[in-house]
Design a protein around this ligand. Structure first.
Ligand code: 6PG
Length: 469
């Protein structure tokens, strides 16, 4: 009784791997799953000397954990989380901590925090990134909840997290649903970067005629440069994989209809609520949706011939260099959008986020880890209130040096009729953000014309209405 340091409910791949990671670091861990096979398999997977227990009984599970307890749920987001909480509740005691480690929609976490607080139980929403491997050998973790209660979780979480320069990729992020919110935006950025990488790949392949070998080498080589990042790295590996059935590259025989579980969409939806512009993420969500209209796209492809189909005359290496700069520029502006959304959300929801800490724990373990995260961390260490990293002088230097090439890249895509909406959105956002004046004065005038919505003037205080006709 009461001998395990930590408990995990849900022994799917993520739950099991995280539990074994915890055991590897010398903690005693108990797991619960309604599937007896999964619960039973756990003990067999543990190494000798490790204290690991699997059970199907909520009562046995809860009673096996040291009080005050720390129990993490790794079950699908939504109803399964409420069911798991309800199955534990009869056995939980005051002061226990329940952590939801899934990709939960943040308002659900706020509701659960309040419901469990009424029973004096702490509830944490914690985004976990890094996939199966990350869970097993070091994820990035984004916990939000009660700060004092976090201190009890800290030793275990810091032990199992990925490390960058010896620093764990986990830290207390903020109140309430802060952890789920940060993970949601992490995923929005993930969608944006994945989409932009696929656009660059498309233009290099169809527009510049790069061979599969050259494409693979290009991404592998880029990963040795300032583009160094998990998503660029795995792109090189994905492009290298040969299909057992056809002998072709596997990527060439994968259907182009993308799926999504919803986190990118939530990022865009909530960004609209906060009036946080995140056009790259919006474009990435839209492109996954558009990809599903396969039959319509096939019909339309026959109706409309390709614009400007002439072959690229520029030499291959020059196009690759332009593409590299374009991707770097676009990656930075995508992080800029997501991080700016976090600044706004922190104020709106009273999370108390520190963006330097967010950038710090995204440097390793997670899907959007990249060399540039250290530059962002430094930018926020110079100014924690920075509303947008594009306003930091050092980041401005990085972005400015790539401006010319993203313009060239987009021109090439436009000439060839190859869709690059996320890259275009990154440049459009940048050009609008750096514009001291925008043509929205005209929008205001139109609103006042047809709806008497009034406008402000640049030369005097007050609100005005004009009879335009
Ligand atoms: C991570 C990933 C992970 C998951 C995505 C996939 O950080 O480890 O983001 O959470 O793979 O949710 O999302 P989609 O299915 O929506 O692409």
């Amino acid at each position: 009784m009461n001998q395990y340091d930590f408990g995990i409910v849900g022994l799917g791949v993520m739950g099991r791997n995280l539990l074994l990671n915890i055991a590897d670091h010398g903690f005693a861990a108990a797991g619960m799953d309604l599937d007896a096979e999964k619960a039973g398999a756990l003990e067999k997977e543990a190494k000798e000397g490790q204290s690991v227990k699997g059970t199907t009984s909520a009562e046995e599970f809860v009673k096996a954990i040291k009080t005050p307890r720390a129990i993490m749920l790794l079950v699908p987001a939504g109803k399964p989380v409420d069911s798991a909480i309800n199955s534990l509740l009869p056995f939980l005691e005051k002061g226990d901590i329940v952590i939801d480690g899934g990709n939960t929609y943040f308002p659900d976490t706020d509701r659960r925090v309040a419901e469990l607080a009424a029973k004096e139980i702490h509830f944490f929403g914690m985004g976990i990134s890094g996939g199966e491997k990350g869970a097993r050998f070091g994820p990035s973790m984004m916990p939000g909840g009660d700060e004092q209660a976090y201190e009890r979780l800290r030793p275990i979480f810091e032990a199992i997290a990925a490390k960058v320069n010896g620093e764990p990729c986990v830290t207390y992020l903020g109140r309430g649903s802060a952890g789920n919110y940060v993970k949601m935006v992490h995923n929005g950025i993930e969608y944006g970067i994945m989409q932009m990488i696929s656009e660059v790949y498309d233009l290099l392949k169809r527009g510049a005629g790069l061979s599969d070998d050259k494409l693979q080498q290009t991404f592998a080589q880029w990963n040795q440069t300032e583009l160094q990042s998990f998503l660029v790295e795995i792109t090189g590996e994905v492009l290298n994989k040969v299909d057992d059935l056809t002998g072709d590259r596997l990527v060439n025989v994968i259907s182009d209809q993308a799926r999504a579980k919803g986190t990118g969409k939530w990022t865009s939806q909530n960004a609209m609520d906060l009036q946080a512009p995140v056009p790259v993420i919006d474009a990435a969500v839209t492109m996954r949706d558009l990809s599903k209209y396969k039959q319509e796209r096939v019909k339309a492809s026959k109706l409309y011939s390709t614009a400007g189909g002439e072959q690229t005359t520029a030499d291959e290496e020059a196009v690759i260099e332009v593409a590299k700069d374009a991707l770097y520029f676009a990656m930075i502006t995508t992080y800029a959008q997501g991080l700016a959304q976090l600044q706004l959300a922190s104020k709106e929801y009273n999370y108390g986020l520190n963006l330097e800490q967010v950038a710090k724990i995204w440097r390793g373990g997670c899907i959007i880890r990249a060399a540039c995260l250290e530059d962002f961390r430094q930018a926020f260490s110079r100014n924690t209130e920075l509303p947008n990293i594009l306003l930091d002088e050092q980041i401005a230097g990085l972005v400015s040096s790539k401006q010319e090439n993203i313009r060239k890249f987009i021109k090439l895509a436009v000439d060839k009729g190859i869709p690059v909406p996320a890259l275009m959105a990154s440049l459009g956002y940048f050009d609008a953000y750096r514009s001291a004046t925008l043509p929205t004065n005209l929008v205001q005038a139109q609103r006042d014309y047809f709806g008497a919505h009034q406008y402000e003037r640049t030369d005097r205080e007050g609100v005005f209405h004009t009879r335009w006709d």
